[in-house]
Design a protein around this ligand. Structure first.
Ligand code: CBY
Length: 433
């Protein structure tokens, strides 16, 4: 074959390689599917306390292609009932997550999205977040993770948003990407997913804009990807155990922004599989997020017009809880130091059965002294969240919250989940993020 014939073939080959370069994914191989069983047990056996937890699980099951209707139908009903109950009290991120879950692929649930004007409500919620930022020194009503989810849902479902406003909001130097001056991987990763969706829309000509916005969105993705990669730990985790799944999704869809040598995806995957076997993912929201990623999917795969995948159609769904998550019914007691710190420190020693969680300690302390150790709690998709202690309430406008610490180190689990140890020093501290 002459050179003149080879050229077009080489050209074709070159172009066919480009899409691969834009999306690089590593996923669990079929012979390792059994290692995902603990995630599916957590997702299918827990009683969902909030509708957003059900939405997290529904979204994940649909994206990975589990079509078992006896699992899917009740979840979809719970999510819709929750919308009916909470109505306009849903936050921007909750509404976005619910929309993603109901419209993850082509099902009859799509009607619910339109009949209930979920996209219109979401547009208003995002506007309210922006208004709050104007009135309160750049702090949104909720947080930037939820703003990211909101923009992502509007982008995927072709709602209304302004690209120049998105480009301005998601500039990497924005304070909302940082807690205590530290870059938050969860938040940055969600922003990369949202910005990538917006960028694809611009490139495909779905949304009209000037070149300036496209360039600035691309620069933001570049800079956020760099920050995400700089949070990579020696064992491959990115941020911590619970942010790694979302971080991986962000890296899957942005592989034109880093070199292959900058991230060993397989190492990260292996570490996550090890964490699963050690029982790290006992919350449905945590299990759902990471399952999506491990099956090589991202939230950008949400497509209400595309038939539901059947990748894991025949996946053997475990029907009972794994032994690792049920702590032994041990009669032994342990004692811990517990303190509440505002500017003064209030301390006590508490005895609880071994296997108790942080919340059990707080409840015991409250029994001893309601004035000093009284507190309020709310359910979130990540379990119970402490909203006030001694009547002092956390406030997003002031960026104040009740931080959980053990022996002076900030915890990466919530009060309902963190199992306490003998003679540990536990603290709830009035903090500013
Ligand atoms: N989701 C949200 O709105 C939450 C977004 C999120 C970035 C989230 C982590 C990540 C996620 N995937 O959902 C987040 N946390 C935020 C924004 C916040 C702030 C909430 C206030 C606001 N502005 O909206 C705030 C106050 C800084 C915060 N998280 C506090 C805490 C502590 C809660 C203590 C309490 N008062 O009960 C705590 C326990 C940290 C501490 N040491 O005090 C905490 N968060 C943790 C540990 C976590 C992780 C949970 C992991 C787990 N296994 O339980 C987390 C996944 C998450 C939930 N927070 Co915040 C981050 C991580 O470790 N990777 C959208 C909605 C629809 O679901």
């Amino acid at each position: 074959m002459g050179q003149s014939h080879l050229l077009p073939i080489l050209g074709l080959l070159f172009f066919s390689l480009i899409p691969n370069q834009l999306c690089k994914i590593c996923e669990v191989s079929e012979e390792n599917y059994f290692r995902l069983h603990p995630l599916l047990s957590t997702m299918t056996n827990s009683k969902y306390t909030t509708g957003t937890q059900s939405a997290d699980v529904l979204l994940s099951l649909r994206l990975v292609g589990i079509q078992n209707q006896t699992l899917i139908q009740p979840l979809s009903q719970q999510v819709k009932k929750y919308v009916g109950r909470k109505g306009s009290n849903l936050s921007s991120g909750q509404l976005a997550l619910i929309t993603l879950a109901l419209g993850a692929c082509r099902t009859a649930d799509e009607i619910f999205i339109y009949e209930n004007h979920l996209l219109g409500h979401l547009e208003n919620k995002l506007q309210a977040e922006i208004e709050n930022m104007k009135a309160h020194d750049g702090s949104p009503l909720t947080n930037y993770y939820q703003l990211g989810l909101g923009v992502l849902a509007l982008c995927l479902f072709r709602g209304q948003y302004s690209t120049s406003q998105v480009a301005e909001l998601f500039a990497p130097e924005n304070k909302n990407y940082y807690f205590h001056g530290q870059f938050t991987v969860d938040t940055g990763a969600m922003a990369v997913l949202a910005l990538t969706c917006v960028k694809r829309g611009l490139i495909n000509g779905q949304t009209k804009t000037d070149k300036k916005d496209l360039r600035s969105i691309d620069d933001h993705i570049q800079s956020l990807v760099k920050k995400i990669l700089s949070e990579k730990k020696e064992n491959g985790l990115i941020g911590n155990t619970f942010s790694t799944g979302t971080a991986m999704q962000a890296l899957f869809v942005s592989s034109d922004h880093y070199k292959e040598s900058e991230w060993n995806c397989q190492q990260t995957l292996d570490t996550i599989l090890k964490e699963i076997s050690q029982g790290a993912f006992t919350l449905p929201a945590a299990a759902a997020q990471v399952l999506t990623t491990l099956m090589g999917k991202t939230y950008l795969d949400v497509d209400k017009d595309f038939s539901c995948a059947s990748g894991l159609g025949n996946f053997n769904i475990p029907s009972h809880e794994p032994d690792t998550t049920t702590p032994p019914n041990s009669p032994t007691n342990i004692s811990v130091h517990y303190s509440v710190k505002i500017s003064e420190i209030y301390s006590t020693t508490i005895t609880v059965p071994s296997g108790s969680v942080f919340l059990d300690v707080m409840e015991e302390a409250r029994k001893k002294n309601e004035t000093v150790f009284g507190f309020t709690v709310e359910q979130s998709s990540w379990g119970p969240y402490i909203t006030s202690v001694q009547g002092l309430k956390a406030n997003n406008n002031d960026r104040t919250y009740w931080e959980l610490l053990s022996n002076g180190r900030s915890l990466s689990q919530g009060v309902g989940n963190y199992v306490v140890h003998n003679s540990e020093g536990l603290e709830v501290r009035w903090s500013k993020y």
